[in-house]
Write a protein that binds this ligand. Structure first.
Ligand SMILES: *Cc1c(COP(=O)(O)O)cnc(C)c1O
Length: 403
């Protein structure tokens, strides 16, 4: 195998298509998919060294796989972290992080606007094991600070959030965490490293649902944690080996190939979302648009600074209505009038996906809780894909123009 190591000064776009584990003896150009659960050991001595951790080398699928390693190397490069650990889904990444870093009596501070399963995992499941937590308003730095206690171990932020696209200040939260001797973890699903690289702003851990933009084509579940080599080797990997939330090699291969087009997809989808947001803001049937790229967004300036001047590919909007019942009927009309775009509770796909948060992701809240959270019956979330902008507009107008 004649293979030159990659030069050290490559750009992200280059690493996104080139960085991977070594080629096999066959010289395949597209990275190999290693579907194997075990590995034949070169000798009993080598096997013993590998199990003792004194030598690199694969032993068993729960401890590592070359295709999974390729994905981890590539994502670490994109996020600017020393290392990365892939997991079977985004939620298993959250689970692994909390399970590895917390014990009974520890405390977590996190935003009330985080992904629904994250809220439940911390607030309900971990609470059963004595982990304390405080939820705070996403954008209120003073509230984050006031929530910190001597036993606070992790500040966990997600930005922008779903579906209101609220943005919090990563650098400020990193300072706050470090002054308290805690770690800052950031869920970077919505922005991806193309728009936002939290490690460079002081975050200690970046969490991903690879199911979203990293795959980007709605095919597989995947997740990952990016962090320092020390944190991964000493804290996360040992728990992973014993708990088995590993990413399957097939899914790793799909997400690995997804990373190759992440940069151009994110830019193109973000541009479409921006155009749609501006266009929807002008439509007489729309009362409000939530999108960080709009000047009307409450954290517009921070967003542009933190997200490379882009707003991301997700926006939400409210249809005008006299009361919640009419709002729901009108939002449903817009969604049921679609002929091209998908009514689908996912995001991060090349196909544009729309959802009605009040009856899906936030359906279990009472009407009062939903009002407090600012998620009304007339709200529609749109995750822009790669269709032609004109076709997207025509599909949305089918419902919006007949309200
Ligand atoms: C989807 C999502 C998750 C969970 O990821 P899964 O891959 O579905 O487990 C976590 N955070 C955010 C922001 C998400 O959108």
């Amino acid at each position: 195998m004649s293979q030159h190591p990659l030069p050290h000064d490559l750009h992200l776009e280059t690493l996104a298509v080139r960085l991977a584990a070594d080629r096999s003896q066959y010289g395949e150009n597209s990275e190999a998919l290693y579907l194997t659960s075990g590995y034949v050991q070169p000798s009993a001595e080598a096997s013993a060294r590998r199990f003792a951790g004194d030598e690199d080398g694969y032993t068993y699928g729960r401890s590592g796989n070359p295709t999974v390693s390729s994905f981890e190397m590539r994502l670490a490069a994109l996020e600017g972290s020393e290392a990365c650990l892939a997991t079977s889904s985004g939620m298993s990444a959250v689970m692994l992080m909390l399970f590895s870093l917390l014990k009974a009596g520890d405390h977590v501070v996190y935003s009330q606007s985080m992904f629904g399963s994250t809220l439940k995992l911390i607030g309900s499941e971990f609470a059963r094991f004595g982990v304390e937590s405080t939820v705070v308003p996403q954008t209120d730095l003073a509230a984050w600070k006031a929530a910190i206690r001597p036993n606070t171990k992790i500040l966990f932020a997600e930005t922008p959030t779903n579906p209101l696209t609220e943005v919090c200040d990563i650098a400020a939260l990193a300072d706050m965490a470090h002054n308290a001797g805690a770690l800052l973890a950031v869920d970077n699903c919505f922005a991806t490293p193309v728009l936002q690289r939290p490690m460079g702003m002081g975050a200690d851990i970046v969490m991903h649902s690879g199911t979203k933009y990293l795959d980007g084509q709605g095919r597989v579940m995947a997740g990952a944690l990016c962090a320092s080599e020390k944190l991964i080797k000493e804290k996360l990997l040992p728990v992973m080996k014993n708990s088995g939330m590993v990413l399957s090699p097939f899914n790793a291969w799909v997400v690995l190939k997804g990373l190759e087009t992440l940069d151009i997809r994110m830019r193109a989808q973000s541009a479409r979302a921006h155009e749609l947001a501006q266009w929807l803001e002008q439509h007489p049937a729309v009362s409000r648009v939530y999108y960080p790229g709009l000047a009307s967004h409450p954290q517009h300036a921070l967003s542009m600074k933190q997200m490379s001047g882009m707003g991301g590919a997700v926006l939400s909007f409210d249809v005008k209505a006299a009361d919640p019942q009419q709002a729901r009927t009108r939002a449903f009309h817009v969604l049921d009038s679609l002929r091209v775009l998908s009514l689908c509770t996912n995001l991060g796909d090349t196909k544009t996906l729309l959802t009605h948060p009040a009856s899906t992701s936030h359906g279990k809240l009472s009407e009062d809780q939903r009002q407090a959270a600012g998620i009304g019956q007339g709200m529609i979330r749109l995750a822009a894909g790669l269709e032609h902008l004109d076709d997207m507009k025509v599909d949305l107008l089918r419902g919006l123009d007949t309200l």
